[in-house]
Design a protein around this ligand. Sequence first.
Ligand SMILES: Nc1ncnc2c1ncn2[C@@H]1O[C@H](COP(=O)(O)OP(=O)(O)O)[C@@H](O)[C@H]1O
Ligand SMILES: Nc1ccn([C@@H]2O[C@H](COP(=O)(O)O)[C@@H](O)[C@H]2O)c(=O)n1
Length: 210
Amino acid sequence: MKNKPILIGIAGGSASGKSSISKQLKEAFEYTKSVVIIRQDDYYKDQSEKTMEERVKTNYDHPFAFDNDLLVLHIQELLQRHAILKPTYDFVHHTRSELVENVQPCDVVVLEGLFVLEDEELRNLCDIKIFVDTDADLRFIRRLVRDVKKRGRTLESVVEQYTTTVRDMHNLFVEPSKRYADLIIPEGGHNVVAIDLLITKISSIIDKRA
Ligand SMILES: Nc1ncnc2c1ncn2[C@@H]1O[C@H](COP(=O)(O)OP(=O)(O)O)[C@@H](O)[C@H]1O
Ligand SMILES: Nc1ccn([C@@H]2O[C@H](COP(=O)(O)O)[C@@H](O)[C@H]2O)c(=O)n1
């Protein structure tokens, strides 16, 4: 019987660099181990019954915006080496997309999202807990560029959302969850030393379980 997969939890503010770090971990292990990235964003609640006008008013930075029960269930399934049918999210239309991904059992699960450490059930499942700590001004600049380029937003809408919900919810829910981290990575995706240390630690856990 195969060993339990290792679960790496990566939390941090919006545009702090969670996805960039997750991709680097996947690249580091994918020749020797099967690695799957689960993005909490894909578990935003479906809003297909709502109008676009209603959808833009949702507070996407509150834990209630997510179907957390489904996310916990899917992580538990992956940890038992069972396949899952994962939802995917459409940021342009603010709702679940039609696409469902068939995620096969794997050796390493990287779970990344705003509330991965804030949620007690999720953080208790993690073997390694990481918080990506990037200053608010950098996060805002990165988000502005990304949301206009990739998420179909206007400059005005990004500023409006950031000042009405994103900043306050970050301070209320995301920032305090830093205290649960085993490792805090400053500046996100380009911190080579921290990412190398993390890769070494993950390798040693994998070797001990082999
Ligand atoms: N260290 C960094 N320096 C500059 N830009 C970065 C860095 N890390 C990430 N980015 C960029 O910032 C944006 C948000 O990064 P991403 O990894 O998607 O953040 P998150 O997943 O936390 O929202 C992306 O466009 C990414 O290329
Ligand atoms: N329809 C949506 C759903 C979410 N958001 C924002 O996404 C952020 C989380 O994703 P990151 O990749 O940046 O961590 C979150 O701060 C939400 O405000 C959105 O704008 N629209």
